[in-house]
Every structure is written in structure tokens, then in C-alpha cells.
Unconditional design. Structure first.
Lengths: 156, 226
């Protein structure tokens, strides 16, 4: 048995389309067997399915160090509204446009992401670790989602 | 002070595809290019080839390269790819891109700033190549400076062999619209917000500081590693 992790936000999205993390992992394994990069891109089955069935614009699902990582670039009428990218266990980033005073920023640390923005899936529960405003009017929040362990079933 | 945001190397092939395939007057970009594995592998091999010439940079020059490519390095890469795409060999392409880097950056930043339509005042790179001239007439070859890019405006492109800007000598000319390639790349990066707009401002300031420097600096940044 090999232990793997999936974040709550991704598990939530997979739940909504009725897929198991194990299935995504199997798809990635298949890629590796074909000597391709371990990433499900924009045109692949799982991201496509999540996009059409839930409306969350998943652009890539990859795997690094036993963790399934999701990248979402949410658009509304072709304008980017927010992005959520998981780069590794402790490097998950949520970005959205907005301007906020410094005092308010400090009060958000340690609170769930829902206090800052409501993306509408389990990422709202992720805890805000730090907030960095950009000069171009966007806010970058480092967030810490909950990670859930799952096991890879033996395949023949 | 924010830490520099870098473009992960996983995006490089997409970046190269966008820069090379987007026509200058394109209204929309294909944000998620659908490349099959074989093409990706070939593209990556070409990028690796440039890497052997320490271009856009090397781990030695920039130890943080592991975390990705800065915007400037992305533009460096695009300029070399533009020349490779014109069927110059990587060694020459990198030499030209390196010695004209500053001017290339200025042109790309201008193109991004000007905005949508390719304007007639856009500066377009003209490269007077002459590999064989070196054998025949080394002195003349050195005088014509084959590594120097000349810059013509879009509406004066007819003057490719005119006396203006010492283009009078005969020989082939390679014409490259680097500015629009850079603009397409930046549009793609910013529409997906892979690098925030702050980095573009920072790059503009960086180039602004070097205002007095000549755009063509032969032999700069060159290493012997191959």
C-alpha cells in the first residue's frame, strides 16, 4: 500500500463529479508508464469533466511527492476572477483582485479563506497564513488547506 | 518587498508555443495550447539546447533558477527562440540575443505598452547575416557586425537594403518581429496571471535605469560552456 494525499478542495471537486482520488492517481500513473509528464492538462478527461459538471475551471491536476495538486483559474466572461494553485504541501496560493487596508489584512491571518473571498468550494475552509497585496490591485493569499490521506489500491 | 514571482519551468513549452504561433494582430489567444507529448519533448530538447549556451541564464549566474524563470529571462528566451525559428543555429541565435538584449527588452516593453494593434512605428529587428562572408572577407565581415540587430519601423521595412543604419551592404536579411512575440507572451502570462503585473513594472524600471547604455553590447554575458 502506498500512502498518498489529496487536499480537501480537490477532494471536494472530485466528490461533486463522483470520482475518487484513486482514479486520478491511476490516470497519472498511466501517463508515467507512457513516459509522459505526470500532469493532467486542460484537455484531459478529469479536468474537463470537473469543468463541465461543476463550473470550476480546473486547468491542471498534477502529482508531486505523493500529493495530488490542483490548479484552478476561474473566469467570468473571459476575465480572470480568481486563481487557486497548489504547488506543494505548504505552498498553496489563492489570488483575487481587491484592495484592503493593512489593519484588516492582519486580522484575517489564521482565519478561513471564506473571510476574504468565497470561491464556493472547500477551499473556503483553508486557513490564511499570509496575505501579500500587489500594486496591480490583486491580493495573494498563502493558504493551508487540510490534506486527507488515501491509499493506492494494488493494481494488476 | 515582494519576492520575485517566477514562471515555473513546466510552462516554458506553452510559453514558446504561444510566442511562436500567435499572429501579431490576434484578438484572442489560445490560453491552453494542446500539445501532444512528442511535440513537447522536441520543444523541450530545443530549450535544453539553448540552455547549453547558458541562455536565458545558468544555475551559476542565477541560483534561484530552480524556482522558475523571471520575466526578463522569459523574454530572453523568446528572443532566442525567434531567431532559432528563423533557422539560425542556436549558437548564433544566442550570440545575437545576448549582445542585443537591452534593445530587445526596450522593444518588447514598448510593444506591450503600445497595446493592441501592431502600430506602424513598431520597431522590427533586422539581422544582416553572413556566415560565409567570414571566410571570404573577414575584415568586411567584422565591419558589418553580423551580430548587431538593426531596427526598422514597420512602415519603413521596404528599406532593407538602403543606406540607412548601415544596411547598404548586400546579403541576406532576417526580419523578426520580436516586439509582437514578446507582447503575445506577456498577454498569455498576464491573462493566466502566472506572473503579476508588478513584475512588468519592475522590469520596466530595471531597463529604465540602463537608459544611457547602448542597446548593442557585443560579447557581453557570454560564457564558453556548451
Amino acid at each position: 500500500m502506498i500512502k498518498l494525499w489529496v487536499s480537501h478542495p480537490l477532494a471536494d471537486l472530485l466528490d461533486r463529479v463522483g470520482l475518487l482520488p484513486d482514479y486520478v492517481d491511476a490516470q497519472l500513473e498511466e501517463r508515467i508508464e507512457k513516459r509522459a509528464a505526470a500532469i493532467l492538462g486542460y484537455g484531459d478527461e478529469v479536468p474537463k469533466k470537473i469543468r463541465t459538471e461543476t463550473g470550476f475551471e480546473v486547468v491542471a491536476i498534477s502529482r508531486a511527492h505523493g500529493r495530488l495538486l490542483v490548479h484552478i483559474e476561474q473566469r467570468k466572461s473571459e476575465v480572470l476572477r480568481w486563481t487557486y494553485r497548489e504547488h506543494s504541501r505548504n505552498h498553496c496560493i489563492f489570488e483575487c483582485p481587491g484592495i484592503m487596508p493593512n489593519t484588516y489584512q492582519a486580522s484575517l491571518l489564521g482565519k478561513p479563506l471564506a473571510e476574504l473571498a468565497k470561491p464556493g468550494f472547500a477551499a473556503s475552509e483553508a486557513i490564511i497564513e499570509s496575505i501579500v497585496p500587489f500594486a496591480d490591485g490583486w491580493i495573494k493569499a498563502h493558504v493551508a488547506p487540510i490534506w486527507r490521506q488515501f491509499e493506492r489500491n494494488r493494481r494488476s | 518587498m515582494n519576492k520575485t514571482v517566477r514562471l515555473a519551468s513546466a510552462y516554458l513549452e506553452d510559453l514558446a508555443t504561444i510566442a511562436i504561433t500567435t499572429p501579431p494582430e490576434a484578438e484572442t489567444l489560445s490560453l491552453y495550447p494542446d500539445l501532444d507529448v512528442a511535440i513537447r519533448t522536441k520543444l523541450r530538447a530545443r530549450l535544453k539546447q539553448l540552455g547549453r549556451h547558458d541562455w536565458p541564464t545558468s544555475m551559476k549566474e542565477d541560483p534561484e533558477l530552480r524556482q522558475g524563470y523571471t520575466l526578463r529571462q522569459c523574454f530572453r528566451l523568446i528572443s532566442a527562440l525567434a531567431l532559432v525559428n528563423a533557422q539560425l543555429r542556436p549558437g548564433i541565435a544566442v550570440a545575437i540575443a545576448a549582445s542585443n538584449e537591452l534593445e530587445i527588452m526596450r522593444v518588447i516593453l514598448d510593444a506591450i505598452e503600445t497595446g493592441k494593434v501592431p502600430a506602424k512605428n513598431d520597431r522590427i529587428a533586422v539581422c544582416a547575416t553572413g556566415d560565409l562572408c567570414e571566410l571570404i572577407d573577414e575584415h568586411g565581415f567584422m565591419r558589418t557586425e553580423p551580430n548587431r540587430l538593426r531596427w526598422l519601423q514597420r512602415h519603413t521595412l521596404a528599406e532593407l537594403w538602403s543606406a540607412q543604419d548601415d544596411l547598404a551592404h548586400p546579403g541576406p536579411r532576417v526580419v523578426i518581429d520580436i516586439g509582437q512575440m514578446g507582447r503575445a507572451a506577456w498577454r498569455w502570462i498576464s491573462e493566466r496571471r502566472l506572473i503579476p503585473g508588478d513584475e512588468l513594472q519592475a522590469l520596466a524600471r530595471e531597463i529604465e535605469v540602463q537608459q544611457a547604455e547602448p542597446g548593442y553590447r557585443p560579447g557581453i554575458n557570454r560564457t564558453n560552456r556548451r
